[in-house]
Design a protein around this ligand. Structure first.
Ligand code: XIL
Length: 375
């Protein structure tokens, strides 16, 4: 007798909480609504967060990106066996709420199973075989999602910080690109051609990080220009925008140039080629670049305090002011997650908790959210 009643009580409580959360969010002005005249507001979702953060998503966002669920290792972990169910359910949610979808990512050096690059005996495959595998992956995946994905990240992170192309020879193993090692530079052009053939309606993007670094800007610009000159079908460029709290003081630090002005320069350069620009993975870590943190100085919800959160709000505000100034060049801005209880920055083994998003651990709007609504 007691058990089912207990269960009913729990269910009633959960749905009461969910509707209370929905009610609270519906009282807030909507981020997506406020930014309608400028660009789409997107969030990365994972297979759980679109359920646990539903109220926030529905209220504040009109574009979604799957954080991991459409990467190669999720789509085709085993050769020839495609698993679409998880991503399909996420796209059902997007459709139900009339949200745009960014597909992420078809060709990348990470989160790609090793079988792609070797044969049955473990020998590295030749060019023809890898091109065939690339084509089969791109074609199967894009055909499956045809009409449901508006923008595709076709190639992700092909450039290194010094502006050279990422090769198979990079020092750190997780930095090496097997795509480049076997196919050389034209793996990029080939991927775009295959993507266009698979879904001629889809908008195709090149996506990369640290666009504030001058060497990267020049290299990405040259890469995009070269592709366009060769007639390769490419429609836009994604700037990831993983930001640190303040610019580093040391010129050799990767976050040294991380200012709105330097990012604006990149946006204008790429847009001058006639390409659309999207901000694809924004977050602002509360840890300052160039400072050393140890477990006893890692922030916790108790030690965080208003200081870093105010500084973060200012940083979000400055970048968004620049995005709004350039909104004729930018079609969407996506944060890499929704609320601080679900961010990749807290998922590293270091045990360092981060608070990089617009909503807090309880899904309440942070000062950065309110800052973005003031314009
Ligand atoms: C990250 C995800 O957020 C993590 O959950 C995963 O463990 C690793 O990948 N650049 C990208 C994204 O293009 O795909 C990465 O996403 C973050 C950096």
């Amino acid at each position: 007798m007691c058990k089912p009643l207990g269960l009913v009580a729990v269910i009633v409580l959960i749905s009461a909480c969910a509707s209370l959360e929905k009610m609270q969010h519906s009282e807030q002005p909507s981020l997506a609504q406020a930014y309608l005249p400028h660009f789409l507001m997107g969030a990365a979702i994972d297979e759980d967060s679109y359920k646990t953060h539903e109220a926030l998503l529905v209220r504040h966002y009109n574009s979604l990106t799957t954080e991991n669920e459409m990467k190669f290792e999720h789509m085709q972990e085993v050769e020839g066996v495609f698993t679409f169910d998880t991503a399909d359910a996420m796209l059902d949610f997007a459709e139900q709420h009339h949200m745009a979808v960014r597909g992420h990512a078809l060709v990348w050096h990470r989160q790609t199973p090793n079988w792609v690059f070797v044969d049955d005996s473990g020998k590295v495959v030749d060019r023809a075989m890898l091109l065939q595998r690339m084509q089969s992956h791109i074609t199967e995946v894009m055909t499956h999602f045809k009409g449901r994905v508006d923008y595709w990240d076709v190639v992700n992170e092909a450039i290194m910080d010094d502006g050279t192309l990422r090769t198979g020879e990079e020092e750190a193993e997780d930095q090496r690109s097997q795509w480049y090692a076997i196919l050389q530079e034209d793996y990029i052009a080939e991927a775009f051609r295959m993507a266009h053939a698979a879904d001629p309606e889809a908008k195709l993007y090149y996506n990369d990080y640290y666009n504030h670094l001058p060497a990267r800007q020049d290299a990405i610009y040259a890469l995009l220009k070269g592709l366009l000159e060769k007639g390769v079908p490419i429609h836009g460029v994604g700037l990831q925008c993983h930001l640190r709290m303040v610019q580093a003081q040391d010129p050799s630090h990767e976050a040294y140039y991380q200012s709105p002005e330097n990012l604006e320069k990149a946006i204008k350069m790429y847009a001058s080629l006639g390409l659309d620009v999207q901000i694809t993975e924004m977050d602002v870590s509360v840890y300052e670049a160039g400072k050393t943190y140890t477990p006893d100085t890692f922030y916790t919800p108790e030690t965080l305090g208003p200081g870093p959160i105010e500084l973060q709000s200012k940083r979000y505000g400055e970048f968004f002011a620049m995005f709004r100034r350039n909104s004729h060049l930018i079609s969407s801005v996506t944060t890499w997650g929704i609320a601080d209880d679900n961010t990749w920055l807290s998922e590293f083994d270091s045990g360092r908790q981060d608070f990089p998003l617009l909503f807090d651990l309880e899904h309440k709007p942070k000062p950065a959210f309110y800052r973005l609504m003031e314009f």
